[in-house]
Design a protein around this ligand. Sequence first.
Ligand code: ZN
Length: 336
Amino acid sequence: MIPEETSGIGTVSTIDPATPSPAMAAVDVDVCEVGPRDGLQSLSGFVPTAVKMDWIAREAAAGVREIEVCSFVPPKVVPQFVDAADVVAGALDIPGLTVTALVPNAKGAERAVAAGVHRLSFTLSVSRSHSLANVRRTPDEQLAEFARITAFLATVPAARRPLVSGGLSTVFGCATEGPVDEAEVVRLAVGLAEAGADDISLADTTGHANPAQVRRVVGAVSRAVGSRLTALHLHDTRGLGLANVLAGLDAGIRSFDASLGGLGGCPFAPGAHGNVATEDLVFMLESMGLRTGIDIGRLLDARRALEAALPGAPFAGHLHKAGLPKGFRPAPGGRL
Ligand code: ZN
């Protein structure tokens, strides 16, 4: 059992936007862009490497500090990521950017390390049927695969060894199985922590979560693995994405995944959406006085460029339609 640690973070809903954080960290909340991985995996056509690189470069220039740039799945399974090593190489040339890649297995981890990523994002589905469909392993078999990855990473020289995140998916519900057992979520989170995850994230893969559930599950996992639970990956499938972010903030989470233009969802599930839209999330956080380090205007420019490059893709979100409200100010010291 991992010793319990306290996050030391209380509720933030009442933060006064006029009061700078005493810590004066560069940012208050980390926003990790996952669109180049989560958004593109659901598109049927191959997106040219140059389009992916332009997207990544524009977001980095807007101030996004971490981007999940691709997935090291077998190219036979998801041809979209056949250029994964090239995308990583290009992203590594961007100063200050943390380059993350999703890895579903040890083979993918070896390819990602060879490519030079800064962080591996491993995924383990709590739902047995989703896990079998996704990686053809039960959750416990996938946990054993994670232990193989951390054993492999221990053999990598420290200078080249990436961090490894243990990401639990279908945490809040499963499209096949419906409700997911919260005790099983906690058990698998502890398993990831004990197997050597540097940090743990919880994903609402199919948009089942509600704010009360987010608060409850984050609390339960935090009690089991302490401050190692750092991030939430929330989809906006049923319109509760930002409400769930707020619940996560109140529960002490300070890192959220998002997708530019809310790109994502399944082309075979009408009405499905991707992650919360990055620009909407940054707008909410900055409006609340929470610094993200991201320039919203440049983020909206990046969205326009991406929409032009991907005509017909299932974009979502709100801010791009109305624009920033009159008199809007970002968090103190923030960029506009
Ligand atoms: Zn996702």
